[in-house]
Design a protein around this ligand. Structure first.
Ligand code: AMP
Ligand code: GLY
Length: 420
């Protein structure tokens, strides 16, 4: 098979690595890719938000399967355009991607099917939003309706923060994404990521993980895209999986079919589990980053079979086989992230690290300059290890982090502590 993956982060490096483990994969192209991905696939410069460009490229290169990594091309309708051109695609249509692209849409689906989630209200003006927050009090959560690169959610611990968030959003801080906002109940509990593959009809659970969102040790500092993760997430027990499938995911997917917009791809349910009850925080229409780095190291070659079966509507005939193992990924980010940071510093020591199916440094944001690997983003490396226990994976990962010589970077030292 010839396979094209769209994206350039650690998630796409992990997907590319897993796809490459499968002997079915003949040629692998990643657009645009990064310096790490270039070590195992051909990288192509393409405007991945432009469906026509991607469709022409895929047809020219006799691509058998396109795997769409990030949400932006999905929300832009790239999957629709590729399917219209007769290509096989892993990733939802623009209409189905609204489960991530519009928080109001997801809340309406939850209301229609009775899926447990935080109580909420929607607003298109600051005056009524302010009055609502003043009536409800803090803590409370303010969210821009649309995609805001992970920054459109303010968990306000006091009233002043909530009021500032409302001013900012209606003041245009997130552009059109903040033209409508939702304000919702603050949920207590433990957060975890649950992944489900869906081919439009059949849905199968595809692994669990837990993500560390704050920049600093002990869950301090600003929210980020994710500073580390591990899989499996012990808080998502088999009983919780049953309940989430029955009460949240399957009703959602049935409602999408009923509306004529079946969901095909991976559905990422962000869950809050409090007092043993799972509630939906949000849906994403793609794999999580950095959760995928841990998931793919555990799944290996079968990831391709599962994504292909998803794209071909054959999920009723496959299942994911998990070993009794654990994987953990530590993100190394540029100092300053998630605020302003410098690009262009050199990273040394990567050549001292061996790479096998137990340990890999996935690249999240790198480029090459002559023979050097150079930081080219906020999140730069995802150091990922597998072990028979989480502790083993944790120790191995931090040994690798300590071998990498990159003074301009930082990482959290406590990834995995919640489960250890
Ligand atoms: P989201 O972009 O929707 O994932 O939100 C970012 C983060 O904000 C989530 O991962 C949670 O940690 C937090 N969050 C969002 N909604 C709520 C809520 N209703 N209660 C508590 N925390 C929340
Ligand atoms: N790590 C969370 C996300 O990918 O949205």
């Amino acid at each position: 098979m010839n396979i094209l993956i769209l994206g350039s982060g650690g998630r796409e490096h992990a997907l590319a690595w897993a796809v490459k483990q499968n002997p079915k994969c003949d040629r692998l192209i990643v657009a645009p890719g990064n310096a790490g991905i270039a070590g195992l696939a051909d990288c192509a410069i393409l405007d991945i938000l432009d469906g026509d460009t991607v469709a022409a490229f895929a047809t020219e290169n006799a691509i058998d399967l396109v795997i769409i990594g990030p949400e932006a091309p999905l929300a832009a309708g790239v999957a629709d355009r590729l399917r219209a051109a007769g290509l096989k695609v892993f990733g939802p249509s623009q209409a189905a991607a609204r489960l991530e692209a519009s928080k109001v849409f997801t809340k309406e689906i939850c209301a229609a099917v009775g899926a447990p989630t935080a109580t909420w209200a929607r607003f298109t003006d600051a005056v009524t939003a302010r009055a609502y927050v003043e009536e409800k009090g803090a803590p409370i959560v303010v969210k821009a309706d649309g995609l805001a690169a992970g920054k459109g959610v303010i968990v306000a611990m006091n009233l002043a923060e909530a009021l500032t968030a409302i001013e900012d959003m209606f003041g245009g801080a997130f552009g059109a994404a903040g033209a409508e906002i939702i304000i919702e109940e603050f949920m207590e509990g433990e957060e975890a990521s649950f992944f489900v593959l869906c081919d439009g009809q059949t849905a199968i659970p595809m692994g669990t993980a837990q993500d560390y969102k704050r920049a600093g040790d002990g869950d301090t500092g600003p929210n980020t895209g994710g500073m580390g993760a591990y899989s499996p997430a012990p808080v998502i027990t088999p009983e919780i999986i049953d309940r989430v499938m029955k009460e949240i995911v399957l009703p959602t997917l049935t409602e999408m079919v009923r509306r004529g917009t079946p969901y095909q791809g991976v559905l990422f349910a962000g869950l809050m589990i409090g007092d043993g009850q799972p509630r939906l925080v949000e849906y994403n229409c793609r794999f999580g980053d950095p959760e995928t780095q841990a998931l793919m190291l555990r799944l290996g070659a079968q990831a391709l079979d599962l994504m292909q079966a998803t794209a071909e509507g054959r999920l009723d005939r496959v299942s994911a086989h998990w070993a009794d193992d654990h994987a953990l990924t530590v993100v190394m980010a540029a100092k300053g992230y998630p605020g302003p940071y410098a690009k262009g510093s050199e990273i040394h020591g990567l050549d001292l690290l061996s790479e096998d199916s137990w340990q890999i440094v996935f690249h999240s944001g790198t480029t090459s300059r002559e023979s050097a690997t150079v930081a080219d983003g906020g999140r730069v490396l995802s150091v990922t290890c597998r072990g028979r226990t989480l502790r083993e994976a944790h120790e191995r990962a931090y040994q690798m982090v300590d071998t990498i010589d990159w003074p301009e970077g930082f990482s959290r030292r406590d990834i995995g502590w919640r489960a250890l």
